[in-house]
Write a protein that binds this ligand. Sequence first.
Ligand code: A3P
Length: 303
Amino acid sequence: MITLLEKYQLNRMEQPPRPTLIDFHGVSMTKYFTDNWDNVQNFKARPDDILIATYPKAGTTWVSYILDLLYFGKTHPELQKSTPLQDRVPFLELCSPLQPSDLANKLPTTPRLIKTHLPVQFIPKSFWEQNCRIVYVARNIKDNVVSYYHFGRMNSLQPEPGDWSTFLHDFMEGKMVFGSWYDHVNGWWEKRQTYSKLHYMFFEDMIEDCGREIDRLCSFLGLSPSAEEKEKVTTGSKFDNMKQNKMANYSTVQVMNHKVSPFMRKGKVGDWKNHFTVAQNEKLDEDYKQKMKNATLKFRTEV
Ligand code: A3P
């Protein structure tokens, strides 16, 4: 059987139809991430695998690239020039012609870096059984929703985003691919209390001091790059450098129309101020107060 994505990859001129949301075990999803569910759930993690988990648009690509540079920048510099990041860091649940394990097994390097947007309760059990390291990145709700809105406009694998105010309303209701932002960031935060191999980090901290966050990542991963290596990682992963880098900026992905909105869009904290009306901001603040009951999880909407 040919998968939908396969069909559209074979004929690269055609765009896949925009999907609609489905209720999948209580989480809004689309078939592009659930059609292959048994294979995703049966994924066989290895003890040295590193899972990069995020709610969409929280900085997945940025952290993936940092990890890729930290692990392979010195030993495999040719890969960074020849292979798009999305092929070096496979997307666990994306329905592709290859099974998730095929994609991961094809990687020429170890440890395998694997990305996911799944809420914590959907993570295949082998990652827990193998006690894998997990890096979770979270982003403040206001910039996250703005970034997700523009992503919806440019990526035909996303449902039609509608206009900004409709999108914001749907977002607050959790009617987004991968479900509610609140459930996602809180679910992973709670997991961190019992699972020690989870490093929970924030987009805003990276914007504030990326070098410091790379040091923290290294200490979590047990890496000790030389000053020169670290400098290469810090420089290579700067927004402007990644934006120019065809192997990191998703310009090779057919389903994305960068003319509508570039994948590497702004890379800032506080762009939400250019989108929210005063009324929308008040409404979100109210919603946030109701739903963010966990007092220990704190976000910054300005740096
Ligand atoms: P914006 O749309 O706000 O610009 P993800 O990789 O999870 O899809 O997240 C994408 C968001 O991260 C986009 O946010 C993108 O610009 C931002 N981003 C990617 N690389 C970045 C970098 N090196 N520095 C700052 N932001 C970055």
